[in-house]
Ligand binder design. Structure first.
Ligand code: HEC
Ligand code: HEC
Length: 225
């Protein structure tokens, strides 16, 4: 009995020690704070205008594919090591950027003093978790879905209408298809309710006439024949 208590105490002590030195970083935020002033962080990047540096997605894909290793299981570690070295000690000869791009961007300025080794370590880990082919495919599928949506539905999502309304089901507010039936002969009333709010529903005064029109079109399209 005494023995097992001791073992238990020892385990507790060890696990407490093991956890202590680990400082958790919000690597996603670090990337924004330390790298986004030059590198576009979107996955995939939505615009290539006014680029100061290659998009982070391109950097990650690039470095991962150039990382020299016989052993595939070491690839991410090698890629991370490259990033950690490059950010502090960049040079034209180390860069994997092609000559033309390098000439147009100029070599990256060293970030020494702008972030700690630990922060950089967290960033390098996050880069190769975030920018993967798998995540890119996922994001593109979401993007395609959004692009295929009627404008009004997209606006309803963007304006958080769906936190209180569903198409067929009453949630906090009535369903869209019940509104469609109720206001089918008075679309202006429906638009006014959205613009001015009603009961617990907040007003949406910032919506333009076109946006209101698109949204009401979407709501009316949900009516069941
Ligand atoms: C002041 C602008 C600037 C900031 C801030 C910056 N970079 Fe860069 N970075 C560049 C430019 C420009 C290039 C392209 C030229 C080159 O390869 O040196 C580059 C290239 C790189 C490369 C090499 C790409 C390759 O294909 O060889 C890596 C890795 C990189 N950046 C990582 C980072 C990370 C991580 C951060 C944030 C900690 C960061 N950079 C912050 C400007 C910047
Ligand atoms: C915070 C929750 C909430 C949000 C967000 C919200 N609504 Fe509502 N909505 C309600 C509630 C609750 C009602 C019922 C109010 C009442 O009748 O007292 C309502 C009523 C309505 C009505 C009138 C329905 C009727 O039968 O008279 C319309 C139209 C409507 N909402 C559309 C929208 C649209 C479009 C959006 C997004 C731009 C939106 N709502 C966002 C909660 C919300």
């Amino acid at each position: 009995m005494l023995k097992s208590t001791c073992v238990f105490a020892l385990v507790l002590l060890l696990s407490a020690c093991a956890e202590k030195p680990v400082k958790r970083y919000d690597a996603k935020q670090l990337l924004v704070d330390k790298c986004a002033s030059c590198h576009n962080l979107d996955l995939p990047p939505k615009t290539y205008e006014d680029e100061k540096a290659p998009p982070m997605m391109a950097v990650a894909f690039h470095i991962k594919s150039f990382a020299q290793t016989q052993d595939e299981s070491q690839r991410i570690l090698k890629a991370r090591a490259f990033v950690k070295d490059y950010v502090m000690n960049p040079s034209a000869s180390k860069s994997f950027c092609d000559k033309e791009s390098l000439a147009s961007y100029g070599v990256m300025p060293s970030q020494k003093g702008k972030l700690t080794e630990d922060e950089l370590d967290a960033i390098s880990a996050y880069m190769f978790e975030r920018y993967t082919q798998e995540n890119l495919t996922k994001e593109q599928a979401i993007q395609n879905k959004l692009n295929a949506m009627p404008k009004g539905q997209l606006l309803a999502i963007k304006n958080n209408c769906l936190s209180c309304h569903r198409v067929e089901m009453k949630l906090v507010g009535p369903s869209f298809n019940s509104m469609a039936m109720k206001y089918r002969n008075s679309p202006e009333t429906l638009k006014n309710k959205i613009r001015n709010g009603v009961g617990y529903m907040p007003a949406f005064k910032k919506l333009s006439d076109e946006e209101l029109e698109e949204m009401s079109k979407f709501i009316f399209s949900t009516a069941k024949p």
